[in-house]
Design a protein around this ligand. Sequence first.
Ligand SMILES: [Zn+2]
Length: 125
Amino acid sequence: MARKRKLDLDKYKQKLEKKRTEIADTIKRLEGESSGRDRLSREVVQQDFEGGGDAALQAMARNQSAAMIGNLRDMLISIDEALQKIEDGTYGVCEVCGKNIPQKRLDALPEATMCTKCRTKVGPR
Ligand SMILES: [Zn+2]
């Protein structure tokens, strides 16, 4: 078990909630931009990809935003997990090795649930 340390949980909670709102807004915006056009864009990519025309570029941008939405959703999940950990009193503890996650890392990435070492081992989710 990790040694108890005093973290400014309110600060991280605020950071997480702010980030959560921003990400939710971004998802909404991206979904609005790409809604109803996904199927079309995929067809355009197939027809037009080699030509590298504007349609292909636009379609690529749309596919990118779909990938981005996926990433953002993952981030939302991580943020929710971190917020839950704050409630549970386990925030800031690596869920793999049980050691404290360095405060510097939490400042940069408040949704981190693993220390850098374990994160590298597990790889991106
Ligand atoms: Zn760890």
